[in-house]
Design a protein around this ligand. Structure first.
Ligand SMILES: Nc1ncnc2c1ncn2[C@@H]1O[C@H](COP(=O)(O)OP(=O)(O)O)[C@@H](O)[C@H]1O
Ligand SMILES: [Mg+2]
Length: 367
C-alpha cells in the first residue's frame, strides 16, 4: 500500500480578480521526499507554496497536511515551515540568537531552547559558528542559518521558495548537494520551488512542472527527461531538437510525419501520444551523431554544415547549421568532438539518429 501522503492538494485554484494564477492543481506528496515545483517565472509556483503554508488562501479546492484538512488553519498552526527566497537573517543577532528567536517567541523554557538550537545548528554544520554575527559568515553559511531557523521548529515539511537563487553559481552547486544530504539526515519532507531545471533535476525525487497556473506533468527527473508528455515539458527539461509536423498519416504499425526541416519521417506507431494535436517530433542532442559519411538508410539523417563546437569538458555541444536559420544540436563525446574540431567550420556533415530515439509530442498534452 502506498504510504499516507504528507500533503495532498486537491483541485486547488487561485484567482486574483479575473486573473487565474492556479487552475485545478492536484497531487500527493509522499513523506520524506524532495518534491519540486518547477516552471517559468510567473507560472504560480510561489502562490502554490504559500497556499500550502497558509500564507495565502485558495479560491477553490483543499490542502490536507498529515491527514488534517487545513481549511481555516493559520500558517503558524500548520506543521510546515517556510524558508524564503531572500533568506533574511537578523543582522544584529548572533547565529544562535537568530535560530533561537522563534522558540523565544513561543516562551519555551531556556534549557529546551538551548538544546533545540544546538541540535539545529548541528544539523546544518554550524555548531562552531554559534557566536558569530551574520556579517562574519559567507552567503552559504547565512543560508544555513536560515535553514536552521526553520528546522528548529521541527516541522514535518520544509517549504523552500527558490532557496539557492541568491547564491553565486559555484556555491549554488555545492548547496544543492548539501540540501539533499540535510534532507536525508533530518528526514523531513521538502517542497521546493525553483525555475532552474538543472537544480530541480539534481535535487528532486519528483518534479511537478507548472505552466500558466496548470500542472503539465508530475514525474521523477528521469521519467520527465525520457518521457516528457508534451513540447513544453520536453523543451523545459534539458535540451532538445524539435521539428514541427504539418501533417501525419497512420499506416499500420508506422506513422508518416511531414516536416519542413526533415522532410517525411516514418516512425513506429508505438511512439504516438494519446493527444495528437499540433505534433512535433524531437530528438535529444546526445542521440544525434555527426559524421562526414552518408549514414545507413535506416537512420534519420539531415545534411548541414558544421557550426560551433562548444567544449564543456567531458563532452561538447556541436551545432549543425541546416539552412541558415535552423540548426541542430548534437552532444559529442570527447573523442568525437576532437575529430570534429579538426574540421573547418562550414564543412558539410550529416546529422543522424535512430528512429527509435525520436519523441512524438503534442504541443500541450492536457489540451
Ligand atoms: N497578490 C497578487 N495579486 C495579483 N496577482 C498576483 C498576486 N500574487 C501573484 N500574482 C500573479 O500570479 C502569478 C503567479 O505568481 P507567482 O506564484 O509568484 O509565480 P512564480 O513563483 O511561479 O514566479 C503571476 O502572474 C503574478 O503576477
Ligand atoms: Mg516565485
Amino acid at each position: 500500500m502506498a504510504p499516507t501522503p504528507i500533503i495532498s492538494v486537491h483541485d486547488v485554484c487561485k484567482y486574483y480578480g479575473n486573473f487565474t494564477a492556479l487552475e485545478g492543481i492536484s497531487f500527493d506528496i509522499k513523506p520524506g521526499e524532495i518534491f519540486v515545483l518547477l516552471g517559468p517565472s510567473g507560472c504560480g509556483k510561489s502562490t502554490l507554496l504559500r497556499i500550502i503554508a497558509g500564507l495565502e488562501t485558495e479560491s477553490k479546492g483543499d490542502v490536507v497536511i498529515d491527514g488534517t484538512d487545513m481549511l481555516g488553519i493559520p500558517a503558524n498552526k500548520r506543521p510546515v515551515n517556510m524558508v524564503f527566497q531572500s533568506y533574511a537573517v537578523f543582522p544584529h543577532m548572533s547565529v544562535e540568537a537568530n535560530v533561537a528567536y522563534g522558540l523565544k517567541l513561543e516562551r519555551l523554557p531556556k534549557a529546551e531552547i538551548k538544546a533545540k538550537v544546538a541540535e539545529a545548528l548541528e544539523q546544518v554544520h554550524l555548531s562552531q559558528f554559534s557566536h558569530r554575527m551574520p556579517d562574519q559568515l559567507s552567503g552559504g553559511q547565512r543560508q544555513r542559518v536560515a535553514l536552521a531557523r526553520a528546522l528548529v521548529k521541527r516541522p514535518q515539511v520544509l517549504l523552500l521558495d527558490e532557496p539557492l537563487s541568491a547564491l553565486d553559481a559555484k556555491l549554488r552547486d555545492a548547496m544543492r548537494l548539501e540540501l539533499v544530504k540535510l534532507q536525508e539526515s533530518v528526514g523531513v519532507s521538502f517542497v521546493m520551488v525553483t525555475h532552474d531545471q538543472s537544480e530541480a533535476m539534481a535535487m528532486a525525487d519528483r518534479i511537478a512542472v507548472l505552466k500558466d497556473g496548470k500542472l503539465r506533468q508530475l514525474d521523477s527527473p528521469t521519467a520527465l527527461y525520457k518521457n516528457p508528455c508534451d513540447q513544453f515539458v520536453a523543451d523545459f527539461i534539458g535540451r532538445i531538437n524539435m521539428f514541427d509536423v504539418s501533417s501525419h498519416t497512420r499506416n499500420g504499425d508506422a506513422v508518416q510525419f511531414d516536416t519542413k526541416t526533415l522532410g517525411t519521417v516514418t516512425l513506429p506507431a508505438s511512439l504516438m501520444p494519446a493527444n495528437t494535436r499540433n505534433l512535433a517530433i524531437a530528438v535529444r542532442p546526445e542521440r544525434v551523431r555527426v559524421g562526414l559519411e552518408q549514414p545507413a538508410a535506416e537512420m534519420i539523417a539531415v545534411t548541414g554544415t558544421l557550426g560551433d563546437v562548444a567544449f564543456q569538458g567531458d563532452s561538447s555541444l556541436v551545432e549543425i547549421i541546416l539552412d541558415g536559420e535552423r540548426s541542430i544540436t548534437a552532444l559529442a563525446t570527447e573523442a568525437q568532438a576532437e575529430t570534429l574540431m579538426a574540421l573547418e567550420i562550414g564543412t558539410q556533415v550529416y546529422a543522424n539518429w535512430q528512429p527509435k530515439d525520436m519523441l512524438v509530442l503534442p504541443e500541450n498534452a492536457s489540451e
